[in-house]
Every structure is written in structure tokens, then in C-alpha cells.
Design a binder for this molecule. Structure first.
Ligand code: FAD
Ligand code: N01
Length: 541
């Protein structure tokens, strides 16, 4: 097998990988990209299920690095649907000629650091073998769909779907009986769409989730004008590292009436901004209860059957401690004759049969034509650990992360020189506007690589002590919040046997921390082939 040599390999052609390729080319580097998908878009290539759309307003869920793209692209709706977001990724890829860098339908199977040659050797399931000085993983936080492992899944004789690997050809459920398993964001978005044409939809709910209305609407000229007016303030918010959710006042500074008015106001505006109702909503259990109770009241108001409403009330986690869902008529759908909530707390699923879904105890079977698994992802670490990644001394990443992911800043791992993760665990990633977070990591990595060359440094890797300190920092930051109180995928709770470690960084000021580390001569990183630290201090512009 011959080995091609490039400066950098980038794995993933989502919003992270596309921008990374662009910036590496601007540095004058040669790049080989890979993606298991048949095209660009990442999340938006794979998640083609009915109703899929973003939950951060499209105007903000956009790249900011290209003024031309910002001027030329026009979003049609407040929350764009999957086809439009995919078209946007394709538009950017075409404009900057990015597809040429990628081999598609190609899965990276291993990445091995060669200590002597000081490069990575990356291999794929299609026989590529590429050597590169830098290996950059833009493999995504939600790119490893999770089959639930229910007994009998393969026996089902009808059609089976997973929301995260939806087919490209049109799928119709017209006149059919459909089982949807799961009630997370993907389910909540797809159920309302599927129920528009299906004969009957059975919603299999294990744990109720909080959902707020999106109140999606077409974007008007006025919306665009208002966006450009607030854009400098928004940019400032991004640069300051706030997630873009404006914080309200603390719970105790408001009267009960004022709190209610605030919840009502944000409920009526719609979207995940509801979590910004109170400054301490995600840290103070009493504030959180008030916000959660307001949503529970709304559920009771909307759902006509009181038993169904009761079963839909989330009761096992603080609101926002699991990703809040953003819907278009989710609770309302349970007032339709053709939708049934199957409460798995009464009887769990025993098996998928040839004809449908059978519950335990009740021995009840729901015959259906199609099963839709909306059962989520092996999040944040799944795609990385699916690749055999070996650093210094042949040490494997999966061994290093046996007790949970350990990174420095979510960007690098000790023992893995010149290896970077875009939106890796230990960075704000899934608790931020992810396009902004991809941009920030890409820009930090680009500056870092330019600096290494300018300073004659061969290789950079996280210092083990700096990594330990950062991991502690990530955990301590999470412990100041209500996030650890939920059995969420943020903590790996959805995957049996996965270490329970809170993975995103919620401590704030993240961008400033990364910038300071770089300005301080890449403090906390080990550099080889370098001058001493005093001469490494740099002034960033
Ligand atoms: P991805 O888009 O996940 O791309 C990673 C790519 O890497 C994939 O194409 C995958 O095929 C490829 N890959 C992985 N492993 C390998 C391998 N071994 N070999 C080859 N290729 C590989 N975030 C928000 O901020 N706002 C939203 O509104 C929002 N909505 C979402 C809706 C859905 C349905 C989902 C699932 C996620 C959503 N997210 C949202 C999160 C979303 O994942 C990010 O916003 C963003 O698209 C991630 O971009 P990425 O480039 O980091 O990763
Ligand atoms: O996955 P999830 P998702 N039997 O893990 C259930 C982003 N996203 O794809 O809670 C029965 O949230 C499971 O039940 P339980 C967003 O970040 C965004 O919906 O484990 N049920 C749960 O209800 C989101 O958080 C959007 O008890 C089983 C569901 O499956 C992330 O992606 C849209 C089961 C999985 O929910 C993941 O969302 C879509 C079993 N054996 C996704 N196994 C936007 O709106 C699992 N479940 C932007």
C-alpha cells in the first residue's frame, strides 16, 4: 500500500471540518480530508428525518468568518429546516472549493503517531494510507447514532429508520402505523411531522422531556435589518464567550408575578432562549423549579386528556439539565386522534417482534408498518473512540479515556502530539452555538500551527499536569450547576457502561482562556524543537 504525504489530515466535512480545510489552505498547507458521508454537511447530511431543523436561530447558526457568505446567503425561516442548512453547507463548500480536499464515503479507521518520523499515519476503510504532520478530528459530537439494543430489532418485517441515518430517498408514512421510540429532540421534531400523514403514531416514551415552542416563522426584511443592527452586540457576546442566551435577573430579585411574566414572555417568543429567563436558572434549584413548573402548567393546559398530560410531565431532571427540546406543536399532537402516548414507565419494551413492538408484563403488542428509532447518539466521544487512535508509545485513546475523556481545553490530549479535536470534550461544544464553537477552535488551531512554524517547533502536545488541572476545572465548573443532576447524554448516561463524566465545559470565559494560553507561549503545552518559554511570548492581534 503506498503512503501519500500531506501537511494535515482533517476527519469530518461538517461545519468544523469545512472551515478547518479552508484555513489550512490559507496557511499554504496541503490537506487530505475524509468523511464517511457521501458529501459535506455532517449533522445535516445525516439527519434528514421529517421536521429536522436547527434550534438556534438560523441567522446566528451561520458562519461569521466570510463576509461574502453572510451577504450572499439568505435564510428563509427563523429556524431553518435540514435541507436548507445542508444547502448552506454545500454553498460554502462550492464557493471556497472545499469538496476537492475530501474523500467521501470513506471512514477513517486508524490514526497512529510515528514518534521517529514525527507524523501521523491515517488509514481508511477504502485503503487510503496518508501520512501527515497534523491530524485534526472534526468528527462531531453527535455523529455516532445509537441503536437502542432492544431484543428482536432485526426480526421486524416492516421498515426501520434511525433519525441520525435517515435515507436520502423520500420516505412516506401516509396511511401507515408508525412506532417512534424515544422522546428527545429528534423524536419531538419528527413526531409532529409524521403524525400529519400517518394513519397512527405510537410514541414510546421512557422519560418525559421538557419542550418549548419554537414559534418558527418566515424571515422578513425587517428581521434581517434588526439582525444587522444587533450584530455587533451579538459578535461581542460570542467573543465574550456567552452562549448567546441573554441572562435575565436572578430569581430572588423578582416577585412571583415578575417571574411569571418573564416565563410567559419567553414562552411566547419561543425557542431555547427560555433558559435565559432567570440568571440563576441553571444553578439555583428553586429558580429552576419555578421555570420547570411553568412549563408543566403549559403541558397541562395544552394536552386535553389529563392522564396523557400527567405522563408527559418531566419529573426526573431540572429543566435545561438535559438539552431542552424546541418543538412545533409537540404537546398539541397528543390531542390528535391518530397519536397515542405509550408510557414505558408502566411497562417497558420487551422486544421488537416481526410485526411491531411488544411490551413487558402487559404482553401487549403494537403492530406497526414502520419503527423510527429516535434513540440518540454516543455523544462527544463516540466518533473519536470509534477510530483506533494511538499516540506516543502506541498508547490508545480508548485506553486513556477508559474512565472518561481527558483533554486540555477540549483541543488536545496529553501523549498525542499534533493531534487536535474540534469541539472536543472539555470545551463548551454542545452547550454553545456549535458553529461559533467550531469557528473558535479552527481559528485557535490555525494560529497555533502558524506559530509552531514561525517558531521552529515540530510538535505540540498537552502537558499531562495541565490536562489534569483542566479536567478538574471542567468538573468543578459543572458541579456549580444543575447539569450533573440529570441522566443526560452530556454525562454519558444514555450509553450502558459509558463512564459517567460531565463532558462539556460550562465554566465561562472559555475563549479568553484559550487566547491567554496561546498568548503566553502555549502555556500548558509541551513543545518539541522549540526555544525557551521567555522567547515564546506572543502578542495576539
Ligand atoms: P458534524 O456535523 O457531526 O460532522 C462530523 C462529520 O465527521 C460527519 O459527517 C461524520 O460522518 C464524520 N466522521 C465521524 N467519524 C468519522 C470517521 N471515522 N471517518 C470519516 N468521517 C467521520 N447545534 C447547534 O449549535 N444548534 C442547532 O440548532 C443544532 N441542531 C442540531 C440538530 C440535530 C438533529 C443534531 C443531531 C445536532 C444539532 N446540533 C446543533 C449539533 C450539530 O452537531 C452541530 O451544530 C454541528 O453541525 C457540528 O458540526 P461538526 O462539523 O462539528 O460535526
Ligand atoms: O437523542 P436523545 P436525540 N427504549 O438522546 C430514548 C441534538 N438535536 O437524537 O431519556 C426506549 O436526546 C431516550 O429515553 P431516555 C440535541 O443536542 C437537536 O433526540 O433514555 N427509549 C430518549 O427519549 C439533542 O439533545 C435538535 O429514557 C429509548 C431518546 O431515546 C441531541 O441532538 C434535534 C431507548 C433519545 O433522546 C440528541 O437528540 C435533534 C430504549 N431502549 C437533535 N433508548 C434540534 O432541535 C433510548 N431511548 C436542534
Amino acid at each position: 500500500m503506498s503512503t501519500d504525504a500531506v501537511d494535515a489530515v482533517v476527519v469530518g466535512a461538517g461545519f468544523g471540518g469545512l472551515y478547518m480545510v479552508h484555513r489550512l489552505r490559507q496557511l499554504g498547507m496541503t490537506v487530505q480530508g475524509f468523511d464517511a458521508a457521501g458529501g459535506v454537511g455532517g449533522t445535516w447530511y445525516w439527519n434528514r428525518y421529517p421536521g429536522a431543523r436547527c434550534d438556534i436561530p438560523s441567522l446566528f447558526y451561520s458562519y461569521t468568518w466570510s463576509a461574502e457568505v453572510q451577504q450572499e446567503w439568505r435564510w428563509s425561516e427563523k429556524y431553518a429546516a435540514q435541507p436548507e442548512i445542508l444547502a448552506y453547507a454545500e454553498f460554502v463548500a462550492e464557493k471556497y472549493d472545499l469538496k476537492r480536499a475530501f474523500a467521501f464515503e470513506t471512514k477513517v479507521t486508524s490514526a497512529v503517531w510515528d514518534e521517529a518520523a514525527r507524523h501521523w499515519t491515517v488509514t481508511t476503510d477504502r485503503g487510503h494510507r496518508v501520512s501527515a504532520r497534523f491530524c485534526i478530528m472534526a468528527t462531531g459530537c453527535l455523529s455516532m447514532p445509537r441503536a437502542p439494543g432492544i431484543p428482536g430489532e432485526d426480526n421486524f418485517e416492516g421498515r426501520t429508520f434511525h433519525t441520525g441515518t435517515w435515507p436520502h430517498e423520500p420516505v412516506t408514512f401516509e396511511g401507515q402505523k408508525v412506532a417512534v421510540i424515544g422522546t428527545g429532540s429528534s423524536a419531538i421534531q419528527s413526531i409532529t411531522e409524521i403524525a400529519k400523514t400517518a394513519h397512527h403514531v405510537y410514541v414510546f416514551q421512557r422519560t418525559p422531556n421538557f419542550s418549548v415552542p419554537a414559534r418558527n416563522a418566515p424571515l422578513t426584511e425587517q428581521d434581517y435589518a434588526a439582525f444587522w443592527e444587533q450584530y455587533p452586540a451579538y459578535r461581542q457576546m460570542v467573543l465574550e464567550g456567552t452562549a448567546g442566551i441573554a441572562g435575565g435577573s436572578p430569581f430572588r430579585s423578582l416577585t412571583a408575578e415578575q417571574q411569571r411574566a418573564r416565563f410567559e414572555e419567553l414562552w411566547n417568543i419561543g425557542g431555547a432562549g427560555y433558559l435565559g429567563a432567570l440568571a440563576d436558572l441553571l444553578t439555583n434549584p428553586i429558580a429552576n423549579d419555578a421555570a420547570a413548573n411553568f412549563v408543566r402548567e403549559k403541558i397541562r393546559d395544552i394536552v386535553k386528556d389529563p392522564d396523557v398530560a400527567e405522563a408527559l410531565l418531566p419529573d426526573d431532571h431540572p429543566i435545561g439539565a438535559k438539552r431542552i427540546c424546541v418543538d412545533t406543536g409537540y404537546y398539541e399532537v397528543f390531542n390528535q386522534e391518530n397519536v397515542t402516548l405509550v408510557n414505558l414507565r408502566k411497562a417497558p419494551i420487551e422486544a421488537i417482534t416481526r410485526a411491531g413492538v411488544r411490551l413487558q408484563a402487559q404482553a401487549q403488542e403494537y403492530p406497526v408498518d414502520a419503527v423510527v428509532y429516535a434513540t440518540g447518539f454516543d455523544a462527544m466521544t463516540g466518533a473519536l473512540l470509534n477510530i483506533d487512535i494511538r499516540g506516543e508509545g502506541g498508547f490508545s485513546l480508548s485506553e486513556g479515556w477508559r474512565d472518561g475523556p481527558k483533554t486540555y481545553l477540549g483541543l488536545q490530549v496529553a501523549g498525542f502530539p499534533n493531534f487536535f479535536t474540534i469541539t472536543g470534550p472539555g470545551s463548551p461544544s454542545v452547550l454553545s452555538n456549535m458553529i461559533s464553537s467550531c469557528e473558535q477552535h479552527v481559528e485557535w488551531i490555525t494560529d497555533c500551527l502558524a506559530w509552531l512554524d514561525a517558531n521552529g517547533v515540530d510538535a505540540i502536545a498537552a502537558d499531562p499536569q495541565a490536562q489534569e488541572d483542566w479536567v478538574r476545572n471542567v468538573n468543578e465548573a459543572a458541579d456549580q450547576t444543575l447539569f450533573p443532576k440529570a441522566n443526560s447524554w452530556y454525562i454519558g448516561a444514555n450509553i450502558p457502561g459509558k463512564p459517567r463524566v460531565f463532558m462539556p465545559y460550562v465554566g465561562g470565559h472559555y475563549r479568553q482562556i484559550c487566547n491567554t494560553v496561546a498568548a503566553d507561549g502555549y502555556r500548558g503545552f509541551r513543545l518539541s524543537g522549540s526555544a525557551d518559554r521567555a522567547s515564546r511570548r506572543v502578542v495576539r492581534t
